[in-house]
Ligand binder design. Structure first.
Ligand SMILES: Nc1ncnc2c1ncn2[C@@H]1O[C@H](C[S@+](CC[C@H]([NH3+])C(=O)[O-])CC(=O)[O-])[C@@H](O)[C@H]1O
Length: 319
């Protein structure tokens, strides 16, 4: 699955990654495959080969038109892709099939795009990229080479399914966690969105992000925040909005204080947004609980546990 990736990085600014990456991914393939992995691969292999008449990655992720393929084939694609539920991050449009994901990840993209340095010609990394929705949008903005990492293997399958139709070797997802990355110090832009609050050690995490950037490279960081001053951080109890793995939710000022303390330059917050039901909801492609079930039914400004409801902020800084 990764040979084309190795071939490509052999000739670009990432070639030094070849000293560790192949052995790491070989280990992963030997020892860490999900129990369903073999079944998932069969599903991927069963996807029909199609040719697309149109491709849009600039305003959406849309590959092919409805009349490129017969109706029966679209039904077959739908049935196969439903094996990869839950589809959380999207949406995707494949030959007229709308994968209506839990999240409208395009909303987040629209919030950040006006504020970042143009991606044209850049080599970019997205840490914790989920199904890779934003990887496609980065490529749509002209990024030369796009790498996402995410340790959740189902999301790798979802990515490969979309890649099956788009067929763009410049867009890649590797099944790694942030701790698996050496200090590559080479990316022009590093994104990490929706990951910091899952980390038990957010300061170390910020340092790991910095270590992926070339000097002067740009970090785009998105995370949950709370209201408060430089010294305010919420460490929720066992759950936050029913999520078990939430550790640190700083105020925007506290987070910017940490970033400056670590040597990031020109740190600024460019957007805050309280998540609305239109952005995160139950769909045919993710039919278990969603935001509606995570908030207090009597007061949507509170989580079901009584904490402030999810407020998300986007930060930009330079290494
Ligand atoms: N150690 C780790 N290293 C890297 N990623 C990890 C790790 N642990 C978990 N993840 C991944 O981080 C992603 C977080 S989701 C944000 C998706 C996208 N960025 C978005 O902005 O829509 C938001 C949420 O689930 O709260 C998941 O895909 C995990 O698999």
């Amino acid at each position: 699955m990764f040979n084309t990736f190795y071939q490509q990085i052999a000739t670009n600014q990432l070639s030094h990654w070849l000293t560790t990456l192949p052995a790491q991914l070989e280990q992963w393939q030997k020892n860490h495959l999900h129990g369903e992995y073999g079944k998932w691969l069969k599903t991927l292999e069963a996807l029909p080969a199609t040719e697309y008449s149109t491709l849009d990655l600039k305003d959406s992720v849309t590959v092919g038109a409805a009349d490129d393929i017969p109706e029966g084939q679209r039904k077959r694609i739908e049935a196969l892709l439903k094996n990869f539920k839950p589809w959380r991050k999207g949406p995707f449009h494949i030959h007229g099939l709308h994968i209506d994901t839990e999240w409208r990840s395009d909303f987040k993209w629209d919030r950040l795009l006006p504020h970042i340095s143009p991606l044209q010609g850049r080599t970019v990394l997205d840490i914790g990229c989920g199904s890779g929705y934003h990887l496609w949008r980065m490529r749509g903005e002209g990024a030369e080479f796009v790498v996402g990492i995410d340790p959740t293997q189902l999301f790798l399958m979802q990515f490969q399914a979309i890649q099956h139709f788009i067929k763009d070797p410049k867009v890649n997802l590797l099944p790694l966690g942030v701790d698996d990355l050496p200090a590559l110090k080479t990316f022009d832009t590093v994104f990490s969105m929706g990951v910091l609050y899952h980390r038990k050690s957010p300061i170390d995490f910020l340092q790991q992000l910095k270590a992926q950037l070339r000097p002067g490279g740009e970090l785009v960081l998105e995370t949950l925040v709370v209201e408060g001053d430089e010294q305010t951080v919420l460490v929720p109890g066992e759950r936050y909005a029913k999520m078990r793995n939430v550790w640190f939710i700083p105020s925007a000022d506290a987070l910017m204080f940490w970033m400056r303390r670590l040597g990031f330059k020109n740190v600024r917050m460019v957007n805050t947004d309280q998540t609305a039901f239109e952005e995160q909801r139950k769909t045919d492609w993710m039919d278990t609980e969603s935001l509606q079930d995570f908030l207090d039914p009597k007061d949507s400004n509170k989580t079901i546990e009584g904490y402030p409801a999810p407020l998300r902020a986007i930060f930009i800084a330079e290494a």
